[in-house]
Write a protein that binds this ligand. Structure first.
Ligand code: FCB
Length: 443
């Protein structure tokens, strides 16, 4: 294994921690979303990682990963969105110490979607004040953990928070309003820039990045309509976030298209204040990329995030149980293109993985060969991009554990470790053993 490359696994707080009332944790938008009946399963008990983190870190130790990407729950640290709860920080303090003792570098993400409900009730991400609240929260976390954390991730997938959460109402907080979604997206980006500044100030020499989700879109046919649609999809799905973070501002073609469609509340981009774009483009040490799939784009889906195949067990060949097409070649192309278009300092694959629900056979073994095939092909794709000169410095598999896949519930299993949600027993799958060997081989 070359030492300039970090192999890791990824998780997020709400998806694994459970213990939603422990140590005065406050309510999050996802607790509320579940309580209001918008999703079948909630954050209780998840994998009970809050009480089992030592066992989980031992599993990571055996696996041989050099990094662990997890997220910090803002509602634990600030239950009312503004007052620090030391007991909430204590959990992450213990987690970080335990990781370091196991020789694993902590890679915390500050925001993986679980906004305190108190902040939502004061306007949430569409409201500019939330950026200031996020800075206070960031300062509290960095103040406590900064002496031991070498890598910070500010935001996870701002496109998802903005669009699925505020345009579609499909994710928490369940708002369906284009205008609010664009405002929310801007404040999420701004909070990334501001948090980066806070970390630079308080976090010593640590490295900072953002985890951007992407979906590579390509024209469904060679018709002019589909070619245009694919470019629009790319603007909507990727460039709207990648461009500003890398200093290019909001893409003009999309500003025009959104203005024409009446998607701004007032004047186009009137939510952008004087130095916002510079703040959003504050230099980072790495661009995190979460990659799962691509999309054949036509005029009907150019602004939609669709599963190409019916989600559920027994997916068609070439698809995972999320209904997502398996297209590792698009990962290579996307990485090459990001490097050419933006020249980021470095790139870390902050998430990549597949949902398959294979469980234990009669001997107790879990043979998730399809996940192995998926990971094998995608890691090779990362290697290909690196071979073409893309400065990729890490790969984090999603996910260590089967967990709560948001609105899809506990049925979509992404783990390389199986979790029995009745007993909380952890059982490494074949992919876990495979990944351990793969790490040993190096990229
Ligand atoms: C990403 C999320 C992550 C997980 C995977 C499957 O969009 O960041 O929490 O749900 O998808």
């Amino acid at each position: 294994m070359s030492s300039d490359f970090t192999w890791g696994v990824s998780t997020s707080a709400f998806q694994i921690e459970g213990a939603t009332h422990a140590d005065d944790r406050g309510e999050s938008i996802w607790d509320r979303f579940h309580a209001e009946g918008h999703m079948p399963d909630g954050g209780e008990p998840a994998t009970d990682h809050y009480h089992r983190y030592q066992e989980d870190i031992a599993l990571m130790g055996e696996l041989g990963v050099g990094g662990y990407r997890f997220s910090i729950a803002w509602p634990r640290v600030m239950p009312d969105g503004k007052t620090i709860n030391p007991a909430g920080l204590d959990f992450y303090d213990r987690l970080v110490d335990e990781l370091l003792a196991a020789g694993i570098a902590p890679w915390p993400t500050l925001y993986h979607w679980d906004l305190p409900i108190a902040v939502q009730d004061r306007g949430g991400w569409p409201h500019r004040d939330t950026v200031g609240r996020f800075m206070d929260y960031t300062a509290a976390v960095v103040d406590r953990l900064g002496d031991r954390v070498g890598h910070w991730i500010t935001q996870n997938e701002p496109w998802v928070s903005a669009m699925l959460g505020h345009r579609d109402g499909y994710f928490a907080p369940g708002i369906a309003d284009w205008k609010l979604a664009l405002r929310a997206g801007h404040h999420l980006l701004l909070s990334h820039g501001r948090a980066t500044e806070v970390i630079r100030e308080l976090g010593g020499e640590s490295q900072v990045g953002i985890a951007l989700d992407c979906r590579a879109g390509y024209p469904a046919s060679d018709s002019a309509e589909d070619i245009d649609a694919a470019s629009h999809f790319d603007g909507f799905r990727n460039r709207w976030f990648f461009d500003p973070v890398h200093g290019k501002g909001y893409p003009e073609d999309m500003v025009e298209a959104y203005a024409e469609a009446g998607r701004f509340e007032g004047d186009p981009l009137d939510f952008v204040q004087s130095d916002d774009m510079e703040v959003i483009a504050t230099p980072t040490d790495f661009t995190g990329i979460n990659y799962y799939t691509s999309l054949a784009v036509n005029t009907a889906n150019k602004e939609r995030e669709v599963a190409e195949s019916e989600p559920g067990p027994n997916p068609a060949p070439g698809y995972t149980e999320m209904g997502w097409a398996i297209t590792p070649e698009w990962l290579t192309k996307f990485l090459v293109r990001v490097n050419e278009d933006y020249g980021p300092s470095s790139i870390v694959i902050t998430e990549n993985g597949a949902s398959y629900s294979d469980g234990p056979d009669e001997t107790g073994k879990i043979n998730d060969q399809r996940r192995i095939d998926y990971l094998d092909a995608h890691i090779a794709a990362v290697g290909d991009a690196r071979g073409q000169g893309v400065p990729i410095t890490g790969y984090f598999e999603w996910s260590l554990l089967d967990n709560l896949e948001w609105v899809a519930g506990y049925g979509q299993r992404f783990g390389i470790v199986h979790v029995d949600f009745e007993t909380m027993t952890r059982t490494p799958k074949a992919s876990y053993h495979w990944y351990r060997d793969r790490i040993d081989q190096g990229l």
